[in-house]
Design a protein around this ligand. Sequence first.
Ligand code: C5P
Length: 227
Amino acid sequence: MRLCIALDLEEKSQNLKLLDLLKGLDIWVKVGLRSYIRDGANFIEEIRKIDPNFKIFLDLKLYDIPNTMADAAFECAKIGVDMITLHASSGKIAMQNVMERLKKYSHPPLVFAITALTSFDEQDFRNIYNAPLSQHAIMLAKLAFASGLDGAVCSVHESMLIKQATQSSFFTLTPGIRPFCENNDDQKRVSDILGAKKALSDFIVIGRPIYKNPDPLGTVQKILKML
Ligand code: C5P
């Protein structure tokens, strides 16, 4: 299981300070909407300067028509990141177009499909999709698998079910991790690290429990020992 740390801090300088503390560690770092909209592709360059061995996950959750999705994925790959996300609900044609376009690269990023956001509980999900959450998440993961993607983003609660419905080699990436009983914030389907391990999660994503902790380095070191 690999650790991805979300760089969702208020200022670029705060993200850079966190990265400086964490350099040398075997981690993935996640650039999400906030950081990318504010700091752009230059931020990715700055991350590389701090530690060229950090694996970089660009979490832009693409959702659009197939041609626009493939163009956007191609631009993400040009930046040279290691992992990207799109929404499985964009459909099979869009996902297949993305994978086809990425074949042009000798080292394309891993592509993960969002199934059901970890901020939804069963009722939130039914209000939007009028469907049971885990069943729908599994259906979306199967669609992503059939479209040639590398994995699905889901909560720990769906990770094992998705592997059973696809293949154990189809990765699961699970946000909503609260390692030491921290506040859930806006996350509803949460788990600790042991739960993620039992569910065979391949990547866990942690943001606030690390960057809001007064000792982020100590917290990451403790987490890494538990993986
Ligand atoms: O702070 P916290 O640990 O809740 O951060 C989780 C991170 O994972 C955030 O950057 C959020 O955008 C991202 N994420 C998520 N749920 C998804 C996909 C991504 O929470 N389904």
